[in-house]
Design a protein around this ligand. Sequence first.
Ligand SMILES: [Zn+2]
Ligand SMILES: [Zn+2]
Length: 371
Amino acid sequence: MMGVSMKAIKLLPGTTNVRCSEHEEPQIRAADEVKLRVLEVGICGTDRELAAGGRASAPPGEEELILGHEMLGEVVEVGENVLLFKKGDLAVVTVRRSCNECDLCIKGFPDFCVSEHYKERGIKGLHGFQSTWVVDHEKFLVKIPHSLRSCGVLCEPMSVIEKAIDELLVIQKTRLPLWANQEEYKNKQVLVVGLGPLGLLACVILRLRAFKVYAMDIVSRESNRVKIAEEIGGTYIDGREIKHRDFSSKYGQMDIIVEATGVASLAYSILDTLGVNGGAVFTGIPEPHGTFEIEGAYLMNHLVLKNQVLLGSVNAGQRYWELALVDLENAKKKWGKTIEKLITSRVPYDQFKELFLSKHADEIKVVITWQ
Ligand SMILES: [Zn+2]
Ligand SMILES: [Zn+2]
């Protein structure tokens, strides 16, 4: 029997066929489940990749996948064993779920899944959040204070970049004595490459920890991206105006590089700005094919002789969602409405069409509203 239906934005995986249509409304079926009214869902490069015919998969036995993995919702109903949530609370639902096969998933770290049989809501084998209602187990929810109603939808992308930065800092703190003292961070230089949502959120996290932040992109100084980076104390570098080899003489050596462009040739070539004992983390995801030239021997020579670390990072475990929440709160306290400027437009769900296909030049984060 078909239950009550709701609206949902669905994709036929492997095609560009995205539509808003009816879908059975999810109901609480276990005592630890929570039902949320979806308020907002962000769109990112992953959604556009899926909607362009990319790597999406529908839940078993279904043809279509409900899109959306960056959500903010309001609790409307809780199962009888739910402890931490009540009606009216704001919450976000996390994305990745255990494969139930590998040791890391079983120990509660599906972001490090070894089998690659993990599932992800809105991406791989589980419906996402672009719908009127969402139900999930309490343990997959993170409570959001009402003070973050305006930017809580950034929690998912924030969690991803929190993980990347934290992993790099843990490595640096473990091997380099001075890094254990956070006071030292104000003497350390960071280069953030790419000022999309992840890059700008990286600037936020690193400025909160007092690093000297250089923010690089190839946009005009009048761009919103540059203004946000500067408002939080970053220094903008227009990548079109400087050669990498001149970089160190002008800005000195970088102690950390956070790459957030997904442009592989740039990611490797920028490594020559990394200094002695420096660490770089790649977070962008390029198409996995194509070739280009890099000065491989030069970069490897530096990697070894300068004790450098190169790291890749994706997705985020529960603790990074909690870290994201703390940093969003701190960012709001420190810089007021600046953090909200990352959300450049809000579009009602029934006008979603073009959003998945094209991207406006000034867009940073676009959010679909469901209420
Ligand atoms: Zn995303
Ligand atoms: Zn696994």
